[in-house]
Design a protein around this ligand. Structure first.
Ligand code: ARG
Length: 540
């Protein structure tokens, strides 16, 4: 409904400047904490000129029912809206179409349509599920939810680290001290245990190292027995992860992995070769020159001297395969920032190969998470994080703690590192995700109790007091906040918006007219929480 008001303001500006209304739409923004909509002139000199000319007439313009007053602020023009109409329009729309509120705004039209592939979480089989994977899971899920809410078709991909020399070690290790029994009962733990042990032994025992190399060679040559064991490790791990993701309310459309694309790397190398992009070095490796001057001052290695492929080789193959298979318009990778150079190189190689669509590939990088350990020690299994939460809190609170974790994670800029702090996560006070959930549940119970008084169309005339209006004004910003989050692929704008919404509305005492307002707040809160990956609960 913000659109309605934005249009009205644009109309006035258009008349004065003799330009089309549409020009102004993206420039009009609801002012936090006030009753005005303002127009900001940043970076558009031509408008400034024409506005300067038309400024006086604008200020003297006849007001209509919607825009009550026009005034000048610092570098901005302020439009004050009629409070009653504001309340009426907003609440009416939130009552009739609560689910599309904000997301169907014309401000967001250009983001609708098309297909987005989001690759996130992507843990490595047998290795640690580190805090970076947890953060990728939460952020990737948010991005996928947001894109979906804005009307895109979204494909969620989990790209498992399921190939590479570590499988040589794992295979050789399992043949020595693996147990099928343990693999069934505690798959992730057992694989990790075998992996740690075999690594230790490989350090001092040459025969273990050669057994590992031999196992990996068998794998690369598609030997049945080796492949069967690998497949078993992979399937068991995926099943286990699916169960845990479900606990978190996260799902994937595709579980792919490095192994799958490993088989396509030869193809990629052939293409690169035919394009004259692959150079063999003296060391026997094959590389792609990424330097501007063509002097190999920067390059990426795609083939080792022993002929095996690398992480980046598989990523090139994976990107090409996905483009062909899913025909995405944009692709988003979510990992910690230690992989920034890797993705720059990946995109560079794809560009060099002539794939224009690489321009719509993005790496969303986030800072490292320090100090996430549980009583069992440093975090290895995602499950431990959930269990720790459960043991530290009342039983039914474990899911909530995860929500808190989500919000702790989401409040700052993604690139900054942060220290994981159980105490903070478990604190019962403050601006955290749990409070969103409490607020939502409290509103639900309030609305349940007063169900009979909530008329289908309520009288909004009592909603012109400054506190109610500040809540309404805040709701008006929802589409802008979604736009900001989508442009930057950063959740914090939405988190802060919801926290503020909660904060604003709790100061309101209950009146009959405010039931409508509370119901509107509840809807927006629930919509926003779902995008963040928090399933709103009705009771706590
Ligand atoms: N498995 C990798 C890791 O744990 C992350 C994969 C990121 N995605 C990619 N396409 N390379 O570090």
């Amino acid at each position: 409904m913000a659109c309605f008001f934005r249009r009205r303001v644009a109309l006035q500006l258009a008349e004065v400047c003799g330009l089309s209304e549409d020009v102004f739409i993206p420039l009009i923004s609801a002012v936090p904490d006030s009753l005005a909509l303002f127009y900001y002139s940043v970076g558009c000199a031509c408008f400034c000129d024409c506005l300067k000319k038309g400024f006086c007439s604008l200020l003297q313009m006849k007001r209509d029912a919607v825009v009550e007053e026009v005034s000048a602020g610092r570098g901005v023009i302020l439009f004050r809206l009629n409070k009653l109409i504001l309340a009426q329009k907003l609440l009416e729309q939130l009552r009739s179409e609560p689910d599309v509120f904000g997301v169907k705004s014309e401000l967001l039209h250009h983001l609708q349509g098309g297909r987005t592939l989001v690759e996130f979480s992507s843990p490595n089989i047998a290795k640690k599920f580190h805090a970076g994977h947890l953060r990728s899971t939460i952020i990737g899920n948010f991005i996928a939810n947001l894109k979906k809410a804005l009307g895109k078709e979204v494909i969620r991909v989990n790209y498992l680290g399921d190939w590479g020399m570590q499988f040589g070690l794992l295979g050789a290790g399992f043949e020595r001290f693996g147990s099928q029994e343990k693999l069934r009962t505690q798959p992730l733990e057992h694989l990790f245990e075998v992996y740690v042990q075999v690594n230790r032994e490989a350090e001092r025992d040459e025969s273990v190292r050669s057994a590992a190399a031999e196992f990996f060679r068998r794998l690369e040559q598609n030997e049945d027995q080796a492949l069967a064991l690998w497949r078993q490790f992979r399937e068991i791990t995926v099943d286990e992860y699916k169960r845990i993701y479900q606990r978190l309310g996260v799902h994937f459309d595709h579980y792919s992995g490095e192994a799958f694309h490993h088989h396509q790397t030869q193809n990629v190398l052939d293409v690169l070769m035919s394009q004259g992009l692959l150079k063999t070095t003296e060391k026997g490796t094959a590389v792609v020159d990424l330097s501007e001057a063509g002097d190999m001052s920067s390059y990426a290695t795609l083939v080792r001297s022993d002929g095996t492929s690398l992480y980046i080789t598989r990523d090139v193959a994976a990107a090409l395969d996905r483009k062909q298979r899913f025909g995405f318009d944009e692709m988003i990778y979510v990992t910690d920032k230690s992989q920034t150079v890797h993705f720059q190189q990946l995109f560079h190689i794809l560009q060099t190969m002539g794939h224009q669509w690489t321009e719509r590939c993005v790496h969303v990088a986030f800072g490292l998470v320090q100090g996430m350990s549980t009583r069992r020690g440093e975090v290895v299994f995602l499950e431990d994080v959930l269990e720790e939460a459960r043991s530290r809190m009342l039983n039914n609170m474990s899911v909530l703690m995860f929500i808190k974790c989500v919000c702790q994670d989401f409040r700052g800029p993604l690139m900054s590192d942060y220290k994981f702090d159980w105490d903070k996560v478990l604190q019962a006070h403050g601006d955290t995700g749990v409070f969103l959930q409490y607020t939502h549940a409290r509103l639900c119970s309030l609305l349940r109790r007063h169900a009979s008084e909530t008329h289908s169309c309520c009288d909004v005339s009592p909603l012109v007091d400054s506190r109610s209006v500040s809540v309404l004004q805040h709701l008006l910003r929802y589409d802008e906040v979604l736009l900001q989050s989508a442009n930057e692929l950063q959740p914090r704008h939405l988190v802060i918006f919801l926290m503020t919404l909660r904060y604003r509305h709790v100061s309101l005492s209950l009146t009959a007219a405010r039931l409508c307002l509370f119901s509107a707040v509840r809807s927006v809160l629930a919509n926003g929480m779902r995008i963040l990956g928090i399933t709103p609960v009705e009771k706590m």
